[in-house]
Design a binder for this molecule. Structure first.
Ligand code: IMP
Ligand code: MG
Length: 178
């Protein structure tokens, strides 16, 4: 285990099993359709790669990066699009794949931007959800891997100060800035 990780919350086996189940649900939802599956960089890169490999639905994939102006572990609410989609999503079924929903600000902002582009349908699939931390109420989570308590987690794409993203499991770290 990494020296700064206090404890493992979700093992790679637990994650893989849940990802398979989510992929099966999503295949059902998108039967006969051809969605654009959007990876929100960087945090959802592992979840996205594993999820789409488990899905049988024909799809297009695309990437988007949004970042908070805030530093450390608390998002400021001010967001900036760092990398936009290249696919035109007008009239398309869009599935947003996110790593974690905390306050909900990131997703609320992102979905507001994407809705203006008139997709036929837009769904949200997140690996992790911290419902106790929600500040913005208008974020509807359609699919969620795991609901977790209010603890800061890293690994499987998630970072703390850009570190730990490559851990194959999700663990809890001791924060130095809170
Ligand atoms: P929100 O805008 O407050 O919902 O924050 C969402 C973003 O904050 C996520 O995409 C992550 O980048 C980051 N975040 C929130 N909680 C955690 C955590 O426990 N570990 C790592 N990143 C987190
Ligand atoms: Mg993120």
């Amino acid at each position: 285990m990494n020296e700064n990780v206090e404890r493992v919350m979700l093992t790679s086996g637990q994650i893989a099993e849940r990802v398979k189940a989510l992929a099966a649900q999503l295949d059902k939802l998108y039967e006969g359709r051809h969605p654009v599956v959007v990876c929100i960089l960087k945090g959802s890169v592992m979840f996205f790669a594993d999820l789409i490999r488990e899905m049988k639905t024909p799809m297009q994939i695309d990437f988007m990066a949004v970042s908070s102006y805030g530093k450390g572990s608390i998002s400021s609410g001010k967001l900036q699009v760092k990398k936009d989609l290249t696919v035109n999503i007008s009239g398309k079924d869009v599935l947003i794949v996110e790593d974690i929903i905390d306050s909900g600000r990131t997703l609320s902002y992102l979905m507001e931007i994407l809705k203006k582009r008139n997709p036929a349908d837009m769904r949200l699939c997140t690996l992790l959800d911290k419902p106790d931390r929600r500040v913005v109420e208008n974020v509807k989570v359609d699919y969620c891997g795991f609901q977790i308590p209010d603890e800061f987690v890293v690994g499987y794409g998630l970072d703390y100060a850009q570190k730990y993203r490559n851990l194959p499991y999700i663990g809890v770290v001791e924060l130095s800035d809170t």
